[in-house]
Unconditional design. Structure first.
Length: 261
């Protein structure tokens, strides 16, 4: 059976997001996501023991379900923490193992506001890393979490265009949506991004209106939505389940990507 892909889709890829503590748990969660009908699996590897972070173990995980995998390793890593240089070895391993996408932070090598660095040396290193990932046949999602403030639609567009210029294949930005005004601006943002961006993008909200923004994103051009299998004590309250995302996607019979002529 051929695996699905995050690319060349006609609808949002509803994707399981999980942070397992072992490869065995990652396999179990991936299989749960598959049974829920997820279109992809996003693995945050920060809590996986170092001895289990091998190309062979990652390949075993990727081969457990016929879905595309995305690998993520943020600064909460239990081994390397905020050592940006050290953590990238695992993303390169994931690329070797067959991951379709790996996440490169927008402020990698130079922590910055809105998680997007403009330091020339850091940008050069990011581009070199992205070239190395591409050489392995893997795609890159550049991510930024600007969850401390709302952004205007024009600011969000400029932010994602800068990510694109660095070689990203998928663009991602998360902003604060804690007020009605921010929620409405998020809707305007997604419509603007749909009109202006050629690459797949992920635009998400955080805060009081996060779930509202994420459910609407299914129909406003967002390429990937991240959900959970089941709610847990440490899971964000605004992170919908795969099942609820699919119910909205499959029963809300309108999509900005498929408007009548």
């Amino acid at each position: 059976m051929l695996k699905k892909s995050f690319f060349n889709r006609q609808e949002t890829a509803v994707t399981l997001l999980c942070k397992p503590s072992s490869i065995d748990q990652a396999i179990a969660l991936a299989r749960s996501g598959h049974s829920d009908g997820a279109d992809g699996i996003a693995i945050e590897i920060q809590s996986i023991p170092q001895e289990e972070r091998t190309t062979e173990k990652f390949k075993c995980l990727i081969d457990c379900v016929p879905l595309p995998f995305m690998f993520i390793d943020y600064r909460g890593d239990i081994i390397h923490g905020a050592d940006d240089e050290a953590r990238q070895q695992y993303l390169l391993m994931a690329a070797d193992a067959g991951a379709e996408v790996v996440d490169v932070m927008g402020d990698l090598y130079a922590p910055s506001p809105r998680e997007l660095t403009f330091d020339p040396a850091a940008i050069a290193k990011q581009k070199k890393l992205i070239d190395a990932i591409h050489a392995k046949g893997c795609k890159v999602l550049i991510s930024s979490h600007a969850t401390q403030e709302p952004l205007t639609a024009e600011e969000a567009l400029a932010h994602l265009q800068e990510q694109s210029a660095r070689g990203a294949d998928i663009l991602k930005l998360v902003v604060k949506t804690d007020t009605e005004e921010a929620a409405l601006e998020a809707v305007r943002t997604m419509m603007l991004l749909h009109k202006k961006l050629e690459k797949p993008y992920v635009f998400l909200g955080g805060g009081k209106y996060a779930a509202f923004v994420r459910y609407l994103g299914l129909k406003l051009g967002v390429a990937i939505q991240f959900g959970v299998h089941d709610y847990a004590a440490d899971a964000p309250y605004f992170q919908p389940t795969i099942r609820s995302f699919k119910a909205v996607r499959d029963n809300f019979l309108w999509d900005i990507c498929n408007l009548p002529q």
